[in-house]
Design a protein around this ligand. Structure first.
Ligand SMILES: C[S@@+](CC[C@H](N)C(=O)[O-])C[C@H]1O[C@@H](n2cnc3c(N)ncnc32)[C@H](O)[C@@H]1O
Length: 418
């Protein structure tokens, strides 16, 4: 992007981008184009007055430059004067369709507000969107997850939540905090220092935000192993800190299989409220939903040929399943041929390796759409990144129907109990 001066000040994009290639994920810092888009998203959706006018104009200018680079013939002006004019009343310009013309638009006047931390591709947010909750801030530092999130919610998440430069965009008041935070080891110090005990972990950032903003309700999601990690100490510390912060919580390990998805995937869910009455009204009693693969699989004809298993794998499978009863449709684990009669659900979706063992009807790997359906994402959810990225993104995401059931209970409580 061209380097320019804005009001005699350097613009954010004049600084080098912070890119961390750890695990092959590019992480874009607060100086990136994505961050400019995040500023613009927040301004367009929430009219956030905490953002300085300079920052908004800079973000609009970056956006105009980007649009012009993409399509030089549209006559888009990318001058500072034009960007300042647009900033006065952006909605009157037809420049921002990408922010509104999406499958899951942010409700304009939400009855409740939320922030979406470690947002991934928005699996936790999606059911709250359906209930009319307005998202006022989101954070996700992976560029490709940001791209998927933007295409579906019209909002570019801010980047690294550990940075104050990111946290400063969180509005002071909101009702609900959502976070499927990555679990890291805590080094628990001798002295009990409250949430300072978790410094250096991402839970510390969640706790810091809770302390500063004190939303009415929280929904945290994590892998089941969090409950037993480090001889239960990690989980106990989390519960203790939430309690010290004034949150009364209930938690439970839930399985996607019980929420109508043909996928064994267990996750711990923590729900908390500031009010005692509210937590007393909450429970994890859900009626088990039957699961089925019917209607979930795409026909082989429309699936990309690159997803079909090699002749060698097919022969191995044939040998392993000889004389065994085989059910169709099924998703099997390549190395668990002996179990095919009972494996009428998919293996837990995980990022990377385990996907390579999943076989749909013994023939091919699951497609991007099937992976999204396995997590309960509706079919109008847009796919705008490579299949490899969808594998990673769905593996990191959540069983949407499971969150939907929890969201409905939280919503009932926020609306009916003080
Ligand atoms: C377990 S996933 C959550 C997925 C999400 N619940 C969904 O539905 O897709 C955790 C996410 O946190 C993101 N993440 C990790 N560290 C982060 C940080 N410091 N700032 C912002 N995002 C971060 C990762 O890129 C990953 O997408």
């Amino acid at each position: 992007m061209a380097k320019r001066l804005l009001n005699n000040k350097l613009r954010l994009s004049d600084f080098p981008e912070e890119i961390d290639n750890e695990n092959g994920i590019k992480i874009y810092g607060d100086t990136s184009y994505e961050n400019q888009m995040a500023v613009l998203s927040q301004f367009l959706h929430n009219g956030n007055t905490d953002i300085s006018r300079d920052e908004i104009v800079a973000a609009i200018l970056d956006f105009l430059e980007y649009k012009k680079e993409q399509n030089p013939n549209t006559g888009i002006e990318d001058s500072y004067e034009y960007a300042s004019m647009v900033a006065e009343n952006p909605i009157q310009y037809s420049l921002f369709n990408d922010f509104f013309d999406v499958p899951f638009p942010n409700p304009q006047e939400g009855k409740h507000t939320l922030i979406d931390l470690f947002a991934g591709i928005g699996g936790i947010r999606l059911p709250f969107n359906e209930l009319g909750y307005k998202c006022v801030f989101s954070s996700e530092w992976d560029k490709f997850a940001q791209k998927t999130y933007f295409a579906n919610f019209g909002e570019m998440p801010f980047g690294d939540i550990t940075q104050e430069s990111t946290k400063r965009f969180i509005p002071q008041k909101f009702d609900l905090l959502l976070a499927g935070f990555p679990c890291q080891a805590f080094s628990i110090m001798g002295k009990r220092q409250g949430f300072a005990d978790t410094r250096g972990t991402l839970f510390f950032d969640v706790a810091t935000i809770l302390e500063r903003h004190r939303p009415q309700a929280i929904l945290l999601e994590n892998v089941k192993q969090l409950t037993t990690h480090d001889h239960n100490r990690t989980f106990q510390t989390i519960l203790r800190i939430l309690d010290e912060l004034g949150y009364k919580v209930k938690w439970q390990v839930l399985n996607a299989l019980d929420f109508g998805l043909p996928q064994k995937r267990e996750r711990v869910i923590i729900v908390g409220f500031l009010s005692q009455n509210r937590i007393e009204a909450f429970n994890f009693d859900f009626e088990k939903q039957p699961y089925s693969l019917t209607g979930l699989l795409e026909s082989d004809e429309i699936v990309d040929t690159s997803l079909f298993a090699s002749e060698k794998i097919l022969q191995k499978r044939e040998k392993q399943t000889e004389g065994k009863k085989i059910f169709y449709p099924s998703i099997w684990h390549e190395n668990k041929a002996g179990n095919v009669s009972v494996l009428d659900y998919a293996c837990a979706l995980r990022t990377g390796a385990s996907y390579n063992y999943l076989l749909v009807n013994g023939r091919r790997r699951p497609s991007s759409r099937e992976l999204l359906r396995l997590q309960g994402f509706p079919d109008n959810y847009r796919i705008v990144v490579s299949h490899g990225e969808i594998r990673r993104q769905t593996g990191n995401s959540v069983a949407v129907p499971m969150i939907r059931k929890i969201a409905q209970k939280i919503d009932y409580i926020l609306n009916n109990i003080d």
